[in-house]
Design a protein around this ligand. Sequence first.
Ligand code: ADP
Length: 483
Amino acid sequence: MRTIRVRLAVWYAVALAVTMFAFAAVIYVTQRRDAYVALDRHARAESDLIASNLAEAFRGRGGLVVVDPQTGQPTLTPEVSQQLESVPGFVVIVDNQGDVLHLSADARALPYGSLIKLLGRAFQAGPVAGFGLVDLGAPDGEIRYYVRRITNAGPRVDAVLTGSRTSGLTLGPRRLLVVMVAVAPLILAASTLIGFLVVRTLMPVHRIAEEVAAISDGRSLHRRLAPLRTDDELARLTATLNAMFERLERSFASLRRFTADASHELKTPLTVMRAGLERAITHPDMPPEAMGVLDETLAEVRRMTEIVDSLLMLSRVDEGRAPLHLEDVDLGELLEELAETGSLLGEQAGVTVRVVTPRRPMRISADGGRLRQLLMNLLTNAIKYTPQGGSVDVGCRRTDVSVVITVQDTGIGIAPGDLPHIFDRFWRADPARSRTGERAGVGLGLAICKWIAEAHGGSIDVESRPGRGTTFTVTIPADLEVS
Ligand code: ADP
């Protein structure tokens, strides 16, 4: 039930099946009711006809009741009886003593017990006009009957019962029910299939969602959704999304252009300022009171140069203009370089820096400059965020599929809530946490580290406990390894 398509198909099948069964049930009930109404109308018409025939016969020839010489029981005259034989179904005529004057062939064919039951039910409270239903059990089933009083066919003839079996009536609707139950699986299968066919029209939604996800990963804004050949809502949605991507791409591009241009334009004046300041500081005639100010200004200019370099690099990354220059890099050599810089920085900060270099050469194919930048960023951060007396350990190991470099410090750590953000651009934890006197960064270092690791097909992870220290783990796939 994960996709809208499956849900729609199932709902469609259920709705169709329920509708069909409801439809069949309504047909069944109305057919049954109509059949009973028709049956009653027929019984009443038959009894009216018999009553008028008897009245007419009485008017024509007088008394209609004679005594049967064989049984000694009262009965209708043979001519009248014969006339009544043509009426189908159950016909019973009784006199005012409760004696039966006539039984139709169907009534005579009933077993004696059934006939008694029928007469008992119909005339138990005397010949009262009205409809009734009697169940005679198998094989006769139910009989629906109508009793009609006869008042104008002589003093003896009192009432007539006309009726017929209901089995014929219910057979039709019941067969319908049986058929419905028998074909139910077929109906369900067919409706599910139709449901799936109908929701196939939603297939493009799935494709659109996947394409939008691929485009909006941030690096593929130049791509567009394939236009649909239909002229429906999905085609309009595709066109709208494409227009949106167009606008997004344009504004992202101008933003990137601006950052790249601004950083580029700032680079030269900063270099000039830096060179000027460095020259001024080393000038022998420089008065000592100006020295402090110049020193501070030079540090700020250096920091600005770093920021501008980082910005320029990230905007190149965004524009896809920062390719890796893969070369054969010995990780051991790289770590030795790192150890040298680390011990100098560590000494200044009062932090012990230990770098464990691999005993055997560990050669991988990587962009040496970028890898150095990544490790240097992590090392300077580790020193920057570790109080005096703390330590920083850098290590490296090989697994089957990758090389893993760890930079571990015993510094201030990172709060768990901050961890998901530290690789975001311009993100910094509370600046008050930076060590006093330390040059604050701008929050671009880790964003660059992440890009470098991922550009090599690897990853960078962090584990940290506030007050206890932080460990960054960089993994670079070994398939880049050349030795
Ligand atoms: P910054 O220039 O501020 O160091 P980064 O992108 O390198 O920028 O780091 C982002 C933030 O992550 C830092 O401001 C700091 O709060 C936190 N951080 C990075 N490395 C460490 C570390 N080793 N220990 C504690 N916090 C760290």
